[in-house]
Design a protein around this ligand. Structure first.
Ligand SMILES: Cc1cc2nc3c(=O)[nH]c(=O)nc-3n(C[C@H](O)[C@H](O)[C@H](O)COP(=O)(O)O)c2cc1C
Length: 130
């Protein structure tokens, strides 16, 4: 479960989002349109993903840290479901449009169920927080 601080910082900041191929080749990308929906759910607007999307289609595991991990030293891990229609998809379409009317409309909503949270803080790095 994410706490209030975790949810706030995911809402505010860009995150670095890692996926991997079924063979285990890692891939990491910066993502701006990422925000929590509730204590265990995070949504991403997929507007540009290529390798990340292909990875998630075959391997739903995902991990991310926020940009300012020095202040917010959390590592989030989970599994995704991908939606190209329906309420989650509509949500990311209006979110992107309301934020930047000139941005291309998202291709999909990536909905993450958070399964584990670890500290990456020097000193207690690796400690499981949730
Ligand atoms: C600052 C920044 C923010 C970005 N935000 C998003 C985003 O919200 N959604 C998205 O799909 N791609 C976003 N991108 C693009 C991805 O980082 C990446 O270029 C894209 O997923 C293609 O890489 P891939 O083939 O490894 O997935 C962003 C890129 C930058 C530099």
């Amino acid at each position: 479960m994410m706490n209030a601080e975790m949810m706030e910082i995911i809402e505010k900041e860009r995150a670095y989002v890692a996926t991997s191929t079924p063979e285990g080749v890692p891939n990491v990308v910066p993502i701006g349109f990422i925000k929590p929906l509730d204590e265990k759910t995070v949504i991403i607007a997929d507007s540009y993903m290529v390798k990340s999307r292909a990875n998630l289609e075959s391997n739903p595991k995902i991990a991310f840290v926020v940009q300012d991990a020095a202040r917010y030293p959390y590592q989030f891990k989970g599994s995704v479901k991908i939606f190209t229609e329906g309420k989650y998809f509509d949500e990311v379409v209006s979110w992107v449009k309301d934020t930047n009317p000139l941005a291309p409309s998202p291709k999909a909503a990536i909905v993450i169920t958070i399964e584990e949270i670890y500290s990456v803080k020097v000193g207690d790095a690796g400690k499981k927080l949730a």
